[in-house]
Design a protein around this ligand. Sequence first.
Ligand code: NAD
Ligand code: MG
Ligand code: MG
Ligand code: MG
Ligand code: MG
Length: 340
Amino acid sequence: MAEIFHDADADLSLIQSKKVAIIGYGSQGHAHALNLRDSGVEVVVGLREGSKSIAKAEEQGLEVASVADAVAQADVVMVLAPDQSQRAIWANDIEPNLKEDAAVFFAHGFNVHYGYIKPGPTHDVCMVAPKGPGHTVRRLFEEGRGVPSLVCVEQDASGQAFELALSYAAAIGAARAGVIKTTFREETETDLFGEQAVLCGGVSQLIQYGFETLVEAGYQPEMAYFEVCHEMKLIVDLINEGGLTKQRWSCSDTAEYGDYVSGPRVIRPDVKDHMKEVLADIQNGSFAKRFIDDQDAGAPEFLELRAKGMAHPIEKTGQEIRKLFAWNNSNLDKDYTDGE
Ligand code: NAD
Ligand code: MG
Ligand code: MG
Ligand code: MG
Ligand code: MG
């Protein structure tokens, strides 16, 4: 059974007595920095020169410094730059400036687990990984709620690393929802598997094949978009609230029966064999190596695949349809290529 912790188990004063450097101000970075600040923690945001995020963080009233200067004054350094950039930032700007007893925190185990970052023996090495996007981490905190998070310790130099990580998790609001104890290995491997096999990879491929099947059979692309993409959120909301059982309860009996007889025809048992192959590549490090080698070479494969994904006809159809949603007008498809 997983060990789960809440606010009552955490000592908020531990993190309140530290200065925390948040490296990066993207999805997770802005949420951690603002939530910590609002929980009474002293925060400095470390950004590279010329970063568009400097103005954003300063507008929010946060102290901003270069990565090197932020690290030099911090007791806790939370690394929230993109996973593929962390190794270089670590070597150039973090490690040389780290206080001897500073704790190093991550929100995903990738670089530590696969050995791209190896903090020296005097540092606590911890993870606080919210199980949700950064923008949700901030929004729920402001509503008095929180996103459940995973917490673990890879290296306990202080003898108090777990308590410190739990305190940090409470300060970003996670312990209001629940904090689950895990390991760097388990978090890294299950996170990569979930996003590849089911959440991102599996769902995207399922939507594209469903769309192609209907359009190739002569149905209107707009109809296909609604049936295999737009309604996905409605179904997932029900699953999130009450599991597959609530989803099946809320759908018609026709839909429920079709789920039972046709789901297993589409997602056949050998899909599990393919999932096991994906998991094996995650466990033996070959996925991590392929990703980092490509990134180090300027990401040719990654950028080609991204362009191919964006060129799929369902993206054009979806863009046109979403313009019709009156409530969506303030949030219309932005330029998703800039990475911010
Ligand atoms: P992001 O891409 O949204 O933001 C990264 C930030 O780092 C940006 O502000 C960028 O300007 C900054 N940055 C880039 N290069 C930099 C450099 N050289 N020096 C300093 N800053 C630099 O990243 P993210 O999605 O928030 O991911 C951060 C970490 O959180 C990753 O380890 C990721 O796996 C983890 N995580 C993300 C999510 C999520 O929902 N996005 C959820 C859980 C964990
Ligand atoms: Mg992930
Ligand atoms: Mg329907
Ligand atoms: Mg029903
Ligand atoms: Mg992204």
